[in-house]
Design a protein around this ligand. Structure first.
Ligand code: IVH
Length: 700
């Protein structure tokens, strides 16, 4: 982050090395000992590499206490130290995230083995590099006797009590296990478990619990849980485990097992009951390593946990022995990274955006930063409380995280004193407050008691809300007006041509073609799309109106129940409550919407413009045998499309959700079902196939 400054003198290499050592010591302590880092790993790595480079050029500057000379991690007071029977090594890291990372490793291995170019490819095991913390599990005569962290590689911490609470770690091995077996692997936290844990932590903090904190990422949450001194608290923290190797193992001569390959060893660990990642694969030669790196990289966001790269290991144990070690790193393994999921950047501004229902959302505008494989320029701060809790201010240096499919988030603010060199600002901007008025229309902003959000009270008077309302109405899942996107709506509303939804249908070709940058052909297309959208369905129309709390599913339920729009518009809250899945909040919101004369007017005008749909008699309380049950669909079904399956289930009263949770009643899995199936199995949610689902529907 340090940029050269023309006015302050450049530090000498000795001064810079000393500064880096102090900074790295500070951050290593925050990371390894306190589990509360202040800067992203990627930033730490950059500082570390800068120090390494200075020391390489000027070895006389290398001090024995330099962070480059140790593994990091020290024993926290309160845990018994454990000397590892076999040191826990670190692994050489290939930071080149491109294919060359894999090719360089293969070339190094071949050179070290003295292989010629026409010799056959080397066989590797390709694994995921889990982003958690290393654990050594020691079994004597098949019983778990000790679990220890890596610590500095030689001496770790005894965390046996805490690890015993992990259901994925066997306490006892099947008969035939060797007299001594140390299993090594990674303790980690799934992303959903992490989110849920932080949610609980926030509630505890809000309730006044002392000494509680939220965690910046799943890795730190896992580290915090493993090294939690109170095993009862540790037991409540949801941890998972993957095995990837062994430490001490009774030799074959003394009755231990013997393996020829790393892969065979992993398969044996699996047979003994240790989780081994399904993605683990054999790869022959550099090309297959590259293919693995790319394949996993493409599906990284879909994994339920964070990985920061992949690991390649020479498969043959005989070759591993021949390759040996350089300092503390084996020559037979390498970690090949992916773009980091956390980076540092600065906050340029905090804007407040107005949503369709008037919700005001503070959004941090960021100096562009490449994180998790994409360039990020915005991060939502959700609401005032959240912005205050994180205390993000304009000018701050912040840690941005983008992992999985979730939207980028600011995880923390980097303390001013640490965010760079002498040119970094030493004071901060003012704390964020929500504006008292809507930044778009100037109407008062309100926050109702018990709500976290501020809303613009301007309703459809507010141009921002009108634009969002139109885009909502025009979207594919509503009435679908093809070609009516952000830019066009912006133009139509800002120029004053369109004030209300029905105005859209009164736009003729002439008015459209007169707009800036609008070709005749495009204007014709929009006219045709508007015409086409007039023939719609009741659920689409209802959903398109954008009534608060009325999503697609509720719109379908309402349409099915009442059959006709007028009946819905005139229904009392009590009558609305009779609809499957409509509760008091939703009923009240629907009633309030249709009580507003201008909303009824919009509906009338849209009908007058020719919007139409089929109506039917109200459903004669069709039995809803699956009411109250939630299904999740995953994979490809042999006969039904996803939508058809969804319709069948919904017609029987079931809810169809997009993600699996403990509340899911059933997961229906087809071919190539992905992480949702894994999750169902992990949570013990019953799984059925299409035939099972059809049988269930028939029986009920
Ligand atoms: S093997 C001798 N395999 O990465 C090699 N490590 O510095 C020892 N890690 O903290 C490590 N996934 O906990 C290996 N599939 C994997 C791994 C893995 C994650 C971690 C490990 C250690 C670091 C390596």
């Amino acid at each position: 982050m340090t940029t050269p400054d023309l006015f302050s003198p450049q530090p000498t290499p000795a001064e810079r090395a000393a500064e880096l050592r102090a900074t790295l010591h500070h951050h290593a302590h925050r990371y390894y000992t306190l589990d509360a880092p202040e800067i992203p790993d990627a930033e730490y790595d950059r500082l570390f590499q800068e120090l390494q480079a200075i020391e390489a050029a000027m070895p006389e500057l290398r001090t024995p206490d330099s962070p480059t000379q140790r593994v990091g991690g020290s024993v926290l007071d309160g845990f018994k130290p454990v000397r590892h029977a076999v040191p826990m090594l670190s692994i050489n890291t290939e930071t080149d995230t491109e294919a060359t990372g894999a090719r360089n490793f293969d070339a190094r291995v071949r050179r070290a083995l003295g292989l010629a170019e026409d010799d056959p490819p080397v066989e590797y095991v390709a694994e995921l590099k889990f982003d958690g913390l290393a654990m050594n599990l020691r079994y004597e005569h098949g019983v778990l006797v000790q679990a220890a962290t890596r610590g500095d590689g030689e001496v770790g911490e005894d965390v046996t009590q805490n690890m015993r609470t992990l259901r994925q770690i066997p306490l006892r091995l099947p008969a035939g296990a060797p007299p001594v077996l140390e299993v090594r692997g990674e303790v980690y936290m799934r992303r959903d478990d992490f989110e849920a844990l932080n949610e609980r932590q926030r509630e505890r903090i809000a309730a006044g619990a002392k000494g509680e904190k939220t965690f910046v990422n799943p890795r730190n949450a896992a580290a915090g849980a493993v090294r939690q001194l109170d095993p009862a608290i540790a037991a409540r923290r949801p941890l998972s485990f993957f095995a990837y190797g062994v430490g001490e193992l009774t030799p074959a001569e003394q009755g231990g097992p013997s393996f020829d390959t790393h892969h065979a060893l992993l398969m044996q660990l699996k047979a003994w009951g240790f989780p081994v990642a399904d993605q683990t694969a054999l790869a022959r030669g550099a090309d297959e390593l590259v293919a693995f790196h790319q394949r996993i990289g493409a599906s990284r966001d879909q994994l339920p946990y964070d990985i920061d790269g992949v690991v390649y290991k020479v498969n043959s144990l005989a070759l591993q022995r021949r390759l040996g070690f350089v300092t503390r790193e084996p020559r037979w393994a390498v970690a090949h990274k992916y773009p980091a999921q956390e980076q540092m950047t600065t906050v340029l501004a905090i804007d407040v955006q107005v949503g369709r229902t008037g919700k005001l959302t503070p959004v941090a505008k960021l100096a562009p930063v490449f994180v998790g494989g994409v360039t990020v320029t915005n991060a939502t701060l959700h609401n005032e409380d959240e912005a205050r809790r994180k205390d993000v201010r304009v000018g701050d240096t912040v840690v941005v995280r983008r992992a999985g499919d979730v939207i980028p988030e600011i995880v923390s603010v980097v303390p001013v004193s640490l965010n760079g060199g002498s040119d970094a600002p030493t004071t901060r901007g003012v704390p964020f407050t929500m504006p008292t008025h809507c930044p778009v229309c100037g109407s008062e902003a309100e926050r109702e008691p018990g709500e976290v959000d501020h809303r613009c009270s301007g309703g459809l008077f507010c141009a921002a809300q009108r634009k969002q309302a139109m885009l909502h109405f025009a979207q594919r899942r509503a009435v679908e007006i093809e070609g009516l996107g952000d830019k066009l709506v912006e133009q139509l509303v800002d120029s004053g041509v369109v004030k209300t939804l029905p105005d859209l249908y009164r736009l003729g070709f002439t008015a459209l073609a007169a707009l800036d940058r609008m070709a005749d052909k495009s204007a014709q297309n929009i006219v045709a799309a508007l015409e086409k959208s007039k023939r719609t369905t009741l659920p689409r129309f209802l959903f398109g109106l954008g009534i608060r709390h009325v999503g697609e599913a509720t719109a379908k339920d309402l349409a099915r129940h009442f059959g006709q729009l007028d009946r819905i518009m005139d229904a009392t809250e009590e009558q609305l409550l009779a609809v499957n899945a409509v509760g008091p909040v939703v009923a009240h919101s629907i009633r309030t919407f249709f009580d507003q004369p201008h909303n009824r007017e919009v509906v009338e005008q849209l009908r007058a413009c020719g919007l139409s749909w089929e109506e039917s008699e109200p459903a004669e309380q069709v039995p809803q045998p699956l009411a109250g049950q939630t299904f999740v669909l995953t994979g490809t079904f042999p006969t039904l499309s996803r939508d058809q399956a969804k319709d069948l289930l919904e017609a029987a009263g079931a809810k169809v959700a997009g993600s699996v949770s403990k509340k899911t009643s059933y997961v229906v899995a087809g071919a190539e079902a992905g992480s949702k199936l894994d999750k169902a199995q992990a949570l013990g949610v019953p799984v059925m196939d299409e035939a099972g689902m059809l049988a269930l529907l028939n029986n009920t």
